[in-house]
Write a protein that binds this ligand. Structure first.
Ligand code: HPA
Length: 274
């Protein structure tokens, strides 16, 4: 018989808690090329996803598969170095499973980072964007299926998926740190192909500033679980339909790597000030 979602979460949580006494308050997901923040976590335990019961395994380029628990900016954190995407063949529920495990471990805030294509003409490759809202264009939803009321409501509210106070705090810190930052709407798609010119035009038209292949299913489950969310995108390419260059993943990973020290500094300061 298939083990229930609640029991799978429990088994994964107990596996982690047998290996570390740390009870994290903040969860962090490190996206494409942004794994270096893990290096800033002090006194950490490292667990490979492949060893954790029911955890998926990352196969995406630029994504490692480790869970870190330790101290960052004086706070107890759990960080995922590498995430899961729909294009790898995982269901949206599988993608979001680790968020439910981190929730049971005790987090009340999730910090998301990702690489995204910039469609707002003011955005430059290498800029950062604080996510103020999102559009779910994956064609599915991680909450489809029977709802376990002990995990969250059947019809969760989405009027403020990204916490206003954290958006303002992050923007203030970025300005103090002289980091070029924007606010914007992130649209989540499945990939794996990058968009056509007509699709970029469409995504811009429906109100998005940046597009990417992650984050949205994770945030839906985080909100279902009652977590506060902060999302930061690294703009890795400029997706202006009338001057679109062929996209090159190696170039995008390089842009994300170059922006990594900025995001690391920003997230660390935000965590310190929370
Ligand atoms: N499209 C979709 N996902 C992305 C992009 C893009 O242009 N850039 C980085 N992730």
């Amino acid at each position: 018989m298939k083990i229930s979602l609640r029991n799978r979460i429990k088994e994964a949580k107990e596996f982690v808690q047998k290996r570390t006494k740390l009870k994290p308050n903040i969860g962090i997901i490190l996206g494409t090329g942004l794994g270096a923040l893990a290096g800033e976590i002090k006194n950490k335990s490292k667990l490979a996803y492949k060893d954790i019961p029911h955890f998926p395994v990352s196969t995406a380029p630029g994504h490692q598969g480790n869970l870190f628990l330790g101290m960052l900016g004086g706070k107890k954190v759990v960080a995922m170095q590498g995430r899961f995407h729909s294009y790898e063949g995982y269901t949206l529920e599988e993608i979001a499973f680790p968020i439910r495990v981190m929730r049971q471990m005790g987090i009340n805030l999730l910090i998301e980072s990702n690489a995204a294509g910039g469609m707002n003409p003011n955005f430059r490759a290498g800029d950062l964007m604080i996510i103020t809202d999102h559009i779910n264009l994956t064609g599915s939803n991680p909450l489809i299926g029977p709802n376990d009321d002990s995990l969250g409501a059947r019809f969760p509210d989405m009027s403020e998926p990204y916490d206003e106070g954290l958006i303002e705090l992050t923007e203030d810190i970025a300005i103090q740190e002289r980091i070029r930052i924007h606010r914007g709407v992130y649209v989540g798609v499945t990939g794996p192909n990058f968009e056509t010119r007509a699709e970029y035009r469409f995504l811009r038209l429906i109100g998005a500033d940046a597009v990417g292949m992650s984050t949205v299913p994770e945030v839906i489950v985080a909100r279902h679980a009652g977590l506060k969310v902060l999302g930061i995108s690294c703009i890795t390419d400029e997706c202006i339909p009338d001057r679109l260059n062929p996209l090159d993943l190696r170039y995008m990973i390089r842009v994300a790597k170059e922006a990594e020290p900025k995001i690391t500094r920003l997230v660390k300061k935000v965590v310190e000030r929370i």
